[in-house]
Design a protein around this ligand. Structure first.
Ligand SMILES: Nc1ncnc2c1ncn2[C@@H]1O[C@H](COP(=O)(O)OP(=O)(O)OP(=O)(O)O)[C@@H](O)[C@H]1O
Length: 148
């Protein structure tokens, strides 16, 4: 089944939004497959955001995501990449609909609380980067209550 990499950024951790965000993914019916709490190094942040190297906000972005601990997670479910992005809301919180995580909890694009993979391909790449030892395989007993 499809996997997505979701990361609660340092502002989301500092603002006490970890439980709220995990709860939203759980209540939706997605299944947690991996989770860790860590502060990343500059070189790791540059690798994670390598596609954005050269953007004017790149250095500030790296400084922001290395400024405190983050929660890195893998969530599983049909369509979790696209639906996860919808749950996050638009990159710029001013464009994020109310009811989305960024729409409900963020104001500034440079403090937008959460990251989510933008395609199945980037999810695979990000999961390999963040969880090189692999993820926990398990089948939730809720499966038949979530899927027909
Ligand atoms: N104009 C900007 N000014 C400051 N930070 C920005 C700007 N645009 C993007 N960012 C930061 O860079 C991150 C990555 O930008 P990207 O365009 O990949 O958006 P995204 O895919 O929605 O975000 P993410 O990869 O964090 O899920 C954004 O989430 C935001 O934290």
């Amino acid at each position: 089944m499809e996997l997505s990499f979701i990361m609660i950024k340092p502002d989301g951790v500092q603002r006490g939004l970890v439980g709220e965000i995990i709860s939203r993914f759980e209540r939706k019916g997605f299944i947690l497959k991996a989770l860790k709490f860590l502060q990343i190094e500059k070189s790791f942040a540059e690798k994670h955001y390598e596609d954005l190297a050269g953007k004017p906000f790149f250095d500030g972005l790296v400084e922001y995501v290395t400024s405190g601990p983050v929660v890195a997670m893998v969530w599983c479910g049909n369509g979790v990449v696209l639906t996860g992005r919808k749950m996050l809301g638009a990159t710029k919180p001013a464009d994020s609909a109310p009811g989305t995580i960024r729409g409900d909890f963020a104001v500034d694009v440079g403090r937008n609380v959460i990251h989510g993979s933008d395609s199945v391909e980037s999810a695979q790449k990000e999961i390999a980067l963040w969880f090189p030892d692999g993820i926990t395989e398990w089948r939730s007993s809720l499966h038949s209550w979530i899927y027909e």
